[in-house]
Design a protein around this ligand. Structure first.
Ligand SMILES: Cc1ncc(COP(=O)(O)O)c(C=O)c1O
Length: 413
């Protein structure tokens, strides 16, 4: 550790003292220790990320900020807005950065995520999943009561009636969009007349205010090759675009037509009427997205930088051709492709065992590891990885600059 005696002293003074234990070891600061160094939003002790106890989830701030800026530049050029999906990061600090850099709001998948975002200062929230049960509807309406910027999706007439009843019972008019299915058959109402009929009902119901629609074409996001992805999403989204036109022709309020994702962010503006993209993964990127290829680079999707990594420590180096780390399925998930060892070549990583990661050396491996060595992994799929951690270490130039709570962690209800 490059110790900063001044910072340490200042921290000890500020916190009234010698009772605070500062480890002399240069490796393995626990989250509790790191939190004790993070006072009033400032790190009081200079800690290298390589000194963190592991497994640890880290985000590189320069890369994160680059991703935010690139998205906003693209949105500006394409004349639409971003409404990033907070299901990816579940972290209010990142949602706030997205708002500060020009997003019109954030999305959440779950009402519990929406509650957490609101409790942490985010006030423009589009919940993209329908609340199907009375319990969820009541939670959503309680949120709508205090958060005027909360908008929820609905996908059936029965559900819209339930929403309206719950809103009327609270003397409330709740903002609603219709979720239109782009052919996935997963959620939403079919495009065309069914969606129009639902929108017209919402417009009539006393407890609801119709705001527009969303249509998320998840099936196109990871299609390999920019041209194939473009063709597929524009075809899939065409019925949704026609539906949006129908809503407009019917004289309904249509300020929102939200859709798209990281794979199609630079195509979505070609879908007529689309107002904003619900991009999620672009903030972090992951191995799944890296391999789909971009408009400029067919081999690697390099539009955004992989900012999210897991730090792991080598536990065993006794066997030929391999080593074992402390980051297995519970730290990395078992999503594929497997995590990528950052900055190295010829080394593969698998996280199939609960507690252990397997490092394998190819013929051209750029290095080998000894027990205690640390390595950094680009995550396989960012969303479920984030959901495994209570905190993200925010890193700049390899030093820990902040510790962010993943406040929406486990908020799956
Ligand atoms: C409804 C919805 N919108 C947007 C996204 C964001 O997608 P991505 O992470 O590909 O940007 C997702 C991700 O699954 C989603 O479910």
């Amino acid at each position: 550790m490059k110790s900063s005696h001044f910072n340490r002293r200042r921290f000890l003074q500020a916190s009234g003292a010698a009772a605070i234990w500062i480890p002399t070891s240069v490796r393995g600061y626990t989250t509790a220790e790191m939190q004790s160094f993070f006072v009033d939003g400032q790190m009081q002790v200079d800690v290298s990320k390589w000194e963190l106890d592991t497994p640890a989830l880290c985000v590189d701030l320069d890369l994160l900020e680059t991703n935010l800026a690139r998205m906003q530049t693209a949105m500006g050029a394409n004349g639409i807005a971003s409404r990033p999906h907070a299901k990816t990061h579940k972290c209010p600090a990142i949602a706030q950065m997205q708002m500060d850099t020009g997003s019109v709001g954030i999305c959440t998948a779950k009402v519990s995520e929406a509650e957490v975002m609101y409790q942490n200062g985010i006030e423009d929230i589009l919940m993209t999943t329908t609340n199907a049960t009375r319990t969820k509807i009541n939670r959503a309406m309680s949120l709508a009561e205090v958060c005027p910027g909360f908008i929820q999706a609905t996908d059936s007439m029965d559900n819209a009636r339930l929403l309206s009843e719950a809103a009327v019972a609270r003397n409330l008019v709740a903002d609603v969009v219709v979720d239109v299915d782009p052919g996935m058959g997963r959620t939403g109402t079919p495009p065309g007349q069914p969606a129009l009929g639902l929108a017209q009902l919402i417009d009539q119901l006393p407890g609801l205010r119709f705001r527009g629609m969303l249509s998320y074409d998840g099936a196109s996001q990871h299609v390999a090759g920019f041209a194939a992805r473009r063709t597929r999403t524009l075809e899939a989204m065409a019925p949704a675009a026609e539906t949006f036109e129908l809503l407009q022709q019917a004289g309904l309020r249509t300020d929102i037509f939200s859709g798209g994702g990281t794979g199609t962010y630079n195509i979505d503006h070609e879908t007529s009427g689309l107002t904003d993209v619900q991009v999620g993964s672009y903030v972090f990127m992951d191995a799944q997205y890296l391999e789909i290829g971009g408009e400029q680079d067919d081999a690697v999707y390099s539009d955004f930088e992989p900012s999210l990594t897991i730090l792991a420590t080598v536990l065993n180096d006794q066997y030929a051709g391999r080593a074992t780390s402390d980051a297995g399925a519970k730290a990395c998930t078992i999503n594929r492709p497997w995590p990528i060892v950052k900055g190295e070549t010829g080394i593969s990583y698998t996280s199939g065992s609960d507690e252990f990661g397997t490092i394998r050396y190819g013929d051209n491996a750029s290095r080998t590891y000894r027990v205690g060595d640390k390595l950094e992994l680009i995550v396989s799929h960012c969303d479920p990885v984030v959901n495994l951690y209570d905190h993200i270490y925010a890193i700049r130039n390899d030093r820990v600059e902040a510790i962010w709570r993943v406040a929406g962690r486990g908020m799956s209800a």
